[in-house]
Design a protein around this ligand. Structure first.
Ligand code: NDP
Length: 304
């Protein structure tokens, strides 16, 4: 069952002894994170009854209230937070302690309260890596990867691919400004021979034609069933060994994935990334190994 989203003014001290976890975002009504975390926590509770006290909420939070929220939530007994749109990048300004990978990604999706302050992490990159390895049997190492998008999710994806030793990342994005803001620092850090960017208007189809690519959609194009494919050319132009991963999981099939199926390519939607990034976050908070399959079953039951 999904609890109703809370607003910041509704957060008081936790009345019963409780360990608070929450996802902060706006909008937040679509988030199924409580279902995933409660499923895993119920398994942990069987070994250790103290996990009965852990509770995962959804909090609807306006961006300007983020600094106030972090203080209020730590005082109220929250020790773990996930961040979603629009807080992942803005939070960098208010944190003193960010792990090096999240720093490189320029985005934080997980906060852990320890030793008196919030520490920022990013589990989207590792979640994506585990998802693609599980669903498509592909490891990033030595792959040529086309990432569509240059927002928070694309940042995490591109850094993860480069850190794991992919051969090449090509980033494709609508706006040039956001594209350059992502490609330039990564080219300096990882080498210009390993990363290139194209905006939709200066895209050269010959860069992709008949070549093997792992295509990852990290845009919001596809969230509406009427949306076109996020890839501005047909998947049939790619070599048949190519594969497509769409970070979108609701709807379960996007126009991009339909096109990949038509072209005979392997493909998968983003549910597995949602599960693996959540499992990694819960691992950070509990220091326990998390049964991702339990989270996956709970998510599938919800979408049935
Ligand atoms: P951001 O808002 O940070 O980035 C959105 C991206 O989408 C930008 O690159 C933007 O391009 C592009 N975009 C938006 N509308 C259009 C359009 N009409 N045409 C072309 N490009 C467009 O979002 P996030 O990076 O946080 O999330 C991106 C997607 O990834 C979302 O669908 C989100 O649900 C999904 N996601 C899934 C996760 C999972 O666990 N499965 C985890 C995280 C995200 P521009 O720069 O030109 O505006």
């Amino acid at each position: 069952m999904l609890p109703d989203p809370l607003f910041l003014e509704e957060i008081g001290d936790l009345s019963t002894p409780r360990v608070g976890l929450a996802v902060l975002g706006r909008p937040i009504g679509h988030s199924i994170s409580p279902i995933l975390h409660h499923a895993a926590l119920s398994v942990l509770s069987k070994e250790d009854a103290s996990f009965d006290l852990w509770q995962y909420d959804r909090i609807d939070l306006e961006p300007s209230l983020l600094p106030e929220a972090l203080e209020k939530l730590s005082l109220a007994g929250y020790i773990g937070l996930n961040l979603t749109i629009p807080h992942k990048v803005e939070v960098l300004k208010v944190l003193n302690d960010i792990d090096p990978e999240a720093q490189l990604m320029g985005a934080v999706n997980t906060l852990h309260f320890g030793s008196g302050s919030w520490v920022g992490h990013n589990t989207d990159g590792i979640g994506l890596s585990r998802a693609i390895s599980t669903d498509l049997g592909i490891r990033f190492q030595d792959e040529c990867i086309l990432i569509i998008g240059a927002g928070g999710a694309a940042r995490a994806a591109s850094v993860q691919c480069l850190l794991e030793g992919c051969e090449f990342v090509h980033i494709l994005n609508r706006s040039k400004e956001r594209l350059n803001g992502l490609v330039e620092p990564l080219a300096e850090r990882f080498g210009r021979n390993r990363i290139k960017g194209s905006s939709l208007e200066d895209l050269k189809i010959s860069d992709f034609k008949d070549k093997k690519w792992l295509v990852i959609n990290a845009t919001s194009v596809g969230l509406s069933e009427e949306d076109p494919s996020s890839l501005p050319f047909s998947c049939s132009l790619l070599s048949p060994e190519s594969a497509v991963y769409d970070m979108i999981y609701n709807p379960t099939t996007t126009t991009l994935l339909k096109d990949a199926a038509k072209a005979g390519l392997d493909f998968s939607n983003g549910l597995s990334m949602l599960i693996f990034q959540a499992a990694k976050a819960l691992e950070i908070w509990t220091q326990k190994e998390i049964p991702a399959d339990i989270m996956f079953d709970a998510a599938c039951k919800h979408f049935q």
